[in-house]
Every structure is written in structure tokens, then in C-alpha cells.
Ligand binder design. Structure first.
Ligand code: FAD
Ligand code: 2HG
Ligand code: ZN
Length: 493
């Protein structure tokens, strides 16, 4: 993991001291302060989970985790840290994949987990207002009782928080249908670095009264303030959902398949997800759902999971069956086989295959993750070129890189290129970077489609943003956070 050092361009920051803990204890309940410092003095093991990221790739050295219950408490914490020049890392579910949610040095960790109340839900407009620390799955379950669904869904749903989702501008599995959070978030409550509470928690669909400030915090990765409340537009739950897994003989069929699927399914298509053969085999190997029998999957180069969400099960099934017939009858057939889920259990199991790839990969080894936007037709070329690069460097073997795989959100032009290694080593990283970034740049793509910049890609932001854009970002950062306390070393170097 890269280490950030204080530079003359960045103001120096102070470590948390026992005096700071004594100050926090004046307004925070005992259970909201976890610190290895006196007078709290917990064992370092108790804060280990907050210092380590989901992949086991990034590790901070924080002594102190604060878990406030209210927005006012967050405000008091930031006001103090602003005055004392203490770095603060906001942390949600800690499922981020770019090292953004853990400290680089010994910044204070501000965990939102205790702020987990639903504030309101309007079943007429679908507007949901919730504390930032609400777990995505808990919100999904809460509004399911009102026959509504969240506009986003991702494999980390059981741990990630809505505030973390907003702060990373998470994409996920439903973006094709419901669009990005820049469209569905209606308002935010944010505590600015100096402790000021910016209450923009509107539930209005339309509000053109000057600058749309909330947009700045969507995807800011905790560098501009702490999101404490989220107002988000949810949709009426579809009456019928179906999913199908398709086995394709060749990658080249994905593009014509996508075109054909869109034409046949039009408004009921709600997801179109891609996994290559290696990703499929890893998911199966590590028990992530069941898809096809060995016979059905034999000879397939890749797989597509598609989902429909519509008004009538029979009507949607009719459309899906007509699509499957067309695909099988085309000359040569675009697919080897297609299996339509027959029960809610099978539906969930098919989804598990796709959603479970990340978990399967983490069981298999240490993953280098490149989350890129490139033209869909180049997905395979990028995976192949990366494999070839590692082969040329003599790194493609059991003790170094075990697998190179590609999967992702085809419908959004977003490929997840994962390199699974026996261990994180400088040699592998040097073979991958800047190689992958230059490859992406040659396609005029993005080096971060949905996971963000975090600590991982600060040095590479110029591959996807102009010098002018980075300069404007720095000026915005300085305006909100003149002392540079918010998530230092993340997004901007
Ligand atoms: P964290 O990991 O805790 O934090 C992420 C970033 O946001 C950090 O920079 C942190 O400082 C900041 N932050 C967190 N909360 C706040 C807050 N309240 N205020 C200000 N800043 C805050 N991502 C996708 O886009 N699409 C996917 O499909 C997807 N699938 C995933 C599947 C798995 C199995 C895993 C492990 C991750 C996946 N991710 C995906 C990445 C990750 O889950 C998302 O980025 C998620 O939105 C992070 O939420 P979190 O609450 O865990 O945030
Ligand atoms: C997904 O789409 C997530 O499954 C995670 O964005 C991707 O682990 C990854 O590389
Ligand atoms: Zn993804």
C-alpha cells in the first residue's frame, strides 16, 4: 500500500492525544469512544477492524475511533478536529475497494455505524430520508414493507451504508435501470469540516435554486465533509422479476447479444451483467450460487446474467422466451444455452453467482482491482493484454499471479479487471501500473468507473482528468477544508 507523506503543499496534521479524548468524553457517551489512549485505553486489537480495509490491502495506524449517535455530535467532533488540525477519516461499512475508508497514518476514524435510523418514508412520492449509517440492505427491507425498492443494489449490501454509497457514488447492479445516485439522491445533510451543519435534506424532485450543492458530496469520498443524512428517491417495486443466465460460445457475441436483448426486452430489461469463464469458475468453486450444469457451461467463453423487472410475470416470461429462441436460432447461435430461473431461490442463486465473484476472488487470493470504463467491445482485449503483460514479466504462475479475470456491468460499459495473486508484491504492482492505466487511457476510458480514487489512485487521476479539472477540484477542496483535515491523502494527493 502506498504511504502518504506530509508535503509542503499539505498542512501538517496533529495526532489525537489523551486531552482530545477527554474533550470528546464531554459530549459523547462512553460507548461512542474507542481509543488505545488513556483514559479509555482499549487494546489495539479492538480497533483493528477499523484500521484494515475489506481486501486486507490497506492498513492505518489510528489510535481512536469515534462512533457518534447524532449529527450534533458529528458537528462537535469536526469543529474540534478543525481547530486542533486532526485528520478525520469518515467510515461507513468499510467495504470500499480503493483504500479510501481507512487512515493512511493515525487520523481519527469517525464511524457512522451508530447513526442508523430511518427518518421518514413517503409512500406517495417514494422519498426516503435516513441516517447515513443505515445499512443498504436494512433500507431495502424497510421499504419492501411499503412495496418499494432502493435505486441501487450491490454485493456489499449487507455491510455498506447509504452514506458510504453516496460518498463513493456507488454504481452497482441496478444502475442500468435506475440511473446513478447523482439522479436519485434528492438531498443530503452534511457536516462541513469546521463543524457547520449544511442541511440540504430536501425531498423535492425539482429545485433549481442556485448551485446544486449536494452533487459535490456525491462521490467526494469523505474529502469535503461528513454525510450524516440522505434523502433518496425509491421506486415502486416491480410486480414481476425474472433472471436468466446465458452461456456464450465467444466473447464477440456479447455486443450483438446486448443489442438484441435491448430490442426484445426494451423497458423490462433491468440488468445486463457479464462474467468471463475464470470469474464464473471461481464463483462456482467458492460456493457462490448455482448456475448451470457442467454440461450446460461446457465450451462457454463467458456468461451474461440478465434480469427483467416488469408488470406481469407471464408477459415478461413470454418476452424472455422469445428472446431465448431468437438467440438460439440465430446463425451461428449467439448463445450455447440459457437458463431461466424457476423460483425465488433460483433467482437469488443466479444473482449470487454474479454478486459473489468479489467474495470468491478474496477467498482465492489477494486481488489487484481495476474498475474501469472502456468500450464494451474491448473488455476481452484488456483482460488478454493484462494477462500477456504478466506472462511477459514471468509473473503468471501459482506463486505470483494465479488468475486474471474480467466481469462487470456491461450495460454501463464498466469492466472489473481483477488480478488474483498469492500475495501483494511490489513486483506485481510494478507490472500492472502504469500499464493498466495507460491501456485504459488509450481507449479514452476512466480509471475509476464506480469505486472511486481513494488512496489507490491519487497518483493516477490525471489519466482520466485534465490538469485544469484537478486544479478546480483542489480549489474546491481548499474552500471547504482549508486545514486539509478531511480524509487526507485521498482523491487528491
Ligand atoms: P466505506 O468503505 O466505509 O467508505 C468508502 C468511502 O466513503 C471512504 O472514502 C470513506 O471515507 C467515505 N465515507 C463513508 N461514509 C461516509 C460518510 N457518511 N460521509 C462522508 N464520507 C463517507 N461498489 C460499486 O460501486 N458497485 C458495486 O457493485 C460494488 N460491489 C461491491 C461488492 C463487494 C463484495 C464489496 C466488498 C464492495 C463493493 N463495492 C461496489 C464497493 C463498496 O461497497 C462501495 O463503494 C460502497 O458504496 C462503500 O460503502 P461503505 O459504507 O462500505 O463505505
Ligand atoms: C462488483 O460489481 C463490484 O461486483 C466489485 O463493483 C468489483 O471486486 C470488484 O472488482
Ligand atoms: Zn461493480
Amino acid at each position: 500500500a502506498k504511504r502518504w507523506q506530509h508535503t509542503s503543499a499539505r498542512p501538517a496534521l496533529n495526532s489525537v492525544t489523551p486531552d482530545d479524548i477527554a474533550h470528546f468524553a464531554q459530549f459523547l457517551p462512553q460507548n461512542a469512544i474507542l481509543s488505545t489512549l488513556s483514559p479509555v485505553s482499549v487494546a489495539p486489537a479492538e480497533i483493528e477492524q477499523y484500521n484494515s480495509d475489506w481486501m486486507g490491502k490497506y492498513r492505518g495506524k489510528s489510535t481512536t475511533v469515534l462512533r457518534p449517535h447524532t449529527t450534533e455530535q458529528v458537528s462537535k467532533i469536526l469543529k474540534w478536529c478543525h481547530e486542533r488540525r486532526i485528520g478525520v477519516v469518515p467510515q461507513g461499512g468499510n467495504t470500499g475497494l480503493v483504500g479510501g475508508s481507512v487512515p493512511i497514518e493515525d487520523e481519527l476514524i469517525l464511524s457512522l455505524g451508530n447513526m442508523s435510523k430511518v427518518r421518514s418514508f413517503d409512500p406517495v412520492s417514494g422519498a426516503l430520508v435516513a441516517d447515513a449509517g443505515c445499512i443498504l440492505e436494512a433500507l431495502t427491507e424497510h421499504i419492501a414493507t411499503h412495496d418499494h425498492i432502493m435505486p441501487l443494489d450491490l454485493g456489499a449490501k449487507g455491510s455498506c451504508q447509504i452514506g458510504g454509497n453516496v460518498s463513493t457514488n456507488a454504481g452497482g447492479l441496478r444502475l442500468l435501470r435506475y440511473g446513478s445516485l447523482h439522479g436519485s439522491v434528492l438531498g443530503l445533510e452534511v457536516v462541513l469540516p469546521d463543524g457547520t451543519i449544511l442541511d440540504n435534506l430536501s425531498t423535492l424532485r425539482k429545485d433549481n435554486t442556485g448551485y446544486d450543492l449536494k452533487q459535490l458530496f456525491i462521490g467526494a469520498e469523505g474529502t469535503l465533509g461528513v454525510v450524516t443524512g440522505v434523502s433518496i428517491l425509491t421506486s415502486a417495486a416491480p410486480r414481476a422479476v425474472n433472471n436468466v443466465i446465458l452461456a456464450l460460445p465467444r466473447f464477440e457475441n456479447v455486443l450483438p447479444l446486448f443489442k438484441s436483448t435491448r430490442r426484445h426486452l426494451s423497458e423490462i430489461l433491468s440488468a445486463f451483467e457479464f462474467i468471463d469463464r475464470t470469474a464464473y469458475e471461481l464463483a462456482v468453486k467458492h460456493g457462490q450460487g448455482k448456475g448451470l450444469t457442467n454440461e450446460e457451461s461446457e465450451g462457454a467463453e463467458c456468461f451474461v446474467l440478465l434480469e427483467t423487472s416488469g408488470g406481469s410475470k407471464e408477459h415478461d416470461e413470454e418476452k424472455l422466451n422469445a428472446l431465448l429462441e431468437t438467440l438460439l436460432e440465430s446463425d451461428p447461435p449467439l448463445i450455447n444455452t440459457g437458463v431461466l430461473s424457476q423460483s425465488p431461490t433460483q433467482f437469488a442463486s443466479l444473482w449470487r453467482l454474479r454478486e459473489g465473484v468479489t467474495e470468491a476472488v478474496s477467498k482465492e487470493g489477494k486481488a489487484y482491482k481495476y474498475d474501469i470504463s472502456i468500450p464494451l467491445a474491448s473488455f476481452k482485449d484488456v483482460v488478454d493484454a493484462t494477462k500477456e503483460q504478466l506472462r511477459k514479466k514471468g509473473l503468471l504462475h501459482e506463486n505470483a499471479v494465479k488468475h486474471v479475470l474480467g466481469y462487470g456491468h456491461v450495460g454501463d460499459g464498466n469492466l472489473h479487471l481483477n488480478i488474483v495473486a498469492a500475495a501483494y508484491t511490489q513486483e506485481i504492482e510494478a507490472a500492472l501500473e502504469p500499464f493498466v492505466y495507460e491501456l485504459v487511457s488509450s481507449y479514452k476510458g476512466s480509471i475509476s468507473a464506480e469505486h472511486g480514487i481513494g488512496a489507490m489512485k491519487t497518483h493516477a487521476i490525471h489519466y482520466s482528468k485534465s490538469a485544469v479539472a484537478v486544479d478546480v477540484m483542489k480549489r474546491i477542496k481548499h474552500l471547504f477544508d482549508p486545514h486539509g483535515i478531511m480524509n487526507p491523502g485521498k482523491v487528491l494527493e
